[in-house]
Design a protein around this ligand. Structure first.
Ligand code: 5AD
Ligand code: SF4
Length: 472
């Protein structure tokens, strides 16, 4: 009999992808996804360590789930609770100690062992914990038919090409929770991309914590392919219309990759390139390995290669030791770059990272005030960027139904959501749309060939509340 699986995903696209992967490895055990947590036989929290007090929030979520689990047990049933993701990796056995009703604690590199762990948790009465970082390649264990079994996986699909990070930014837990950088062989990526396209994907988003450090084995290329080479190879897949990649590090932005934005039409003119700060002093203590000038040079080179490229970034404000003058340098860099969108965070210490040891913390109120100034500026830029689209005709890849009946929604080349009046048959196709209205969260338009809105006139731009991206 089919058992029900409920996976709750927090954080970045990597986790979204991993959640799909967990559902895949559990399918042979009879688990099918449900949207009703109350009915689930197995609940997985796929956690993220990026937010402040991330672990505490997981424990309080677990407290709520415990009540559900107990209710189920009173009725003679079973509900297994699993904690996955970066909090699981960071906390390990601690989760089982603090929340003894948890059945499984699994780190991102052990997902292929989930079926065993489920069996073990049901057999033994104690939590199965696996947060090991294997010596063998973590990509070797992906089920072969991963994509093929999932036709509904999406017009735009994520594909992990690289995991882990060797950069050790002093604020970041990734090198500790996700381990050393590892790239997947180009032939495997190519095969998975083809399976995704066969299953209906028109866009593939190449994922990695430091994706432009990609250096996968490639027999055809004399040993190794870099990200630019991989993109060139994937661009040859028929039926694949769009390629994107995230998240990149400025230090790994090679001339070939920059060039690809100008020469490879399938590579979308959008780049998430986090800078974190505009102050050289702060960038140095963050161990970023580049200054503000180098970042601005990269932006200039990208715009020379692809004048329409839209840029996105991550920022941290209130990093230990950040002065008002440092912060002003961040504001100046933002003004100079003019972003299409960006994510900004107040620094929060992550246990085990070098920055967490520092005693020159910026007071919370000061950091909060800086964050609101930065966000106001970024919001203005986003609004300006979206408004600049009005009147333009853009190719839109339609991905899903819109909010209202008779609407479909898709993405512009610049990652903006755009809604049109149009038929569902558009989902999975790229069609030209002329932008009629812009709001900070998205665009509204009309199909350029008149297949949709026709005489319905313009709808309200307000309330376009389209879910935005998640920090990568
Ligand atoms: N405090 C605040 N923000 C952080 N990020 C990573 N670590 C921290 C931290 N300790 C932000 C960075 C990164 C994004 C995914 O999360 O900006 O690029
Ligand atoms: Fe973390 Fe990104 Fe720095 Fe790697 S490059 S340590 S993932 S912030």
């Amino acid at each position: 009999m089919a058992k029900k699986l409920y996976v709750k995903t927090f954080g970045c696209q990597m986790n979204v992808y991993d959640s799909a992967r967990m559902a895949d490895v559990l399918a042979p055990l009879g688990y099918r996804s449900t949207t009703e947590i109350e009915d689930a036989d197995l609940v997985v929290l796929n956690t993220c360590h990026i937010r402040e007090k991330a672990a505490e929030k997981v424990y309080s979520e677990l407290g709520r789930l415990r009540a559900l689990k107990q209710a189920r047990q009173r009725g003679g049933g079973e509900m297994l609770l699993a904690v996955a993701g970066c909090v699981a990796q960071a906390e390990g056995e601690e989760v089982a100690a603090r929340a003894p009703y948890v059945d499984i604690v699994v780190g991102p590199q052990a997902y292929h062992r989930l079926p065993d762990m489920v069996a073990r948790a049901r057999r033994e009465r104690r939590a199965a914990v696996d947060t090991s970082m294997p010596a063998d390649s973590r990509f070797d264990h992906l089920p072969e038919e991963l994509a093929g079994r999932q036709p509904g996986r999406g017009v735009s699909s994520f594909l992990t090409v690289q995991e882990g990070c060797d950069r050790f930014c002093t604020f970041c837990v990734v090198p500790y929770t996700r381990g050393a950088e590892e790239s997947r062989p180009a032939a495997d990526v190519d095969a998975e991309a083809r399976r995704l396209v066969a299953a209906g994907a028109r866009e593939v988003v190449l994922l990695g914590q430091n994706v432009n450090a990609y250096h996968g084995a490639d027999d055809a290329k004399g040993g190794e392919a870099d990200l630019a080479g991989l993109i060139g190879r994937l661009a040859g897949i028929r039926g694949l219309e769009r390629l994107r990649y995230t998240t990149s590090h400025p230090r790994d932005m090679t001339p070939a990759l920059i060039e690809a934005h100008g020469t490879e039409p399938k590579l979308m003119p959008f780049l998430h390139l986090p800078v974190q700060s505009g102050s050289n002093r702060i960038l140095a203590t963050m161990n970023r390995g580049h200054g503000a000038d180098r970042y601005l040079e990269l932006v200039e080179a990208l715009r020379a290669a692809q004048p329409r490229i839209a840029l996105s970034s991550d920022f941290i404000v209130g990093f230990p030791g950040e002065t008002e003058a440092d912060f002003e340098e961040t504001m100046a860099l933002v003004r100079e770059v003019e972003y299409a969108q960006a994510f900004s965070f107040k620094y929060s210490p992550r246990p085990g990272t070098p920055a967490a040891e520092r005693d020159d913390r910026v007071p919370g109120e000061v950091a909060a005030e800086r964050l609101s100034r930065l966000q106001r500026l970024l919001d203005e830029q986003k609004r300006r960027f979206n408004a600049s689209m009005v009147g333009q005709t853009l190719p839109v890849l339609f991905e899903r139904r819109g909010r209202h009946p008779g609407q479909v929604a898709g993405r512009t080349p610049y990652m903006q959501w755009l809604h049109v009046e149009g038929d569902e048959s558009l989902i999975g196709a790229v069609a030209e749309a002329t932008v009629t209205d812009a709001s900070p969260n998205g665009l509204r338009g009309e199909l350029a060939d008149g297949r949709g809105a026709g005489t319905h006139g313009r709808a309200e731009a307000a309330g376009l509340g389209v879910a935005g991206g998640v920090p990568a």
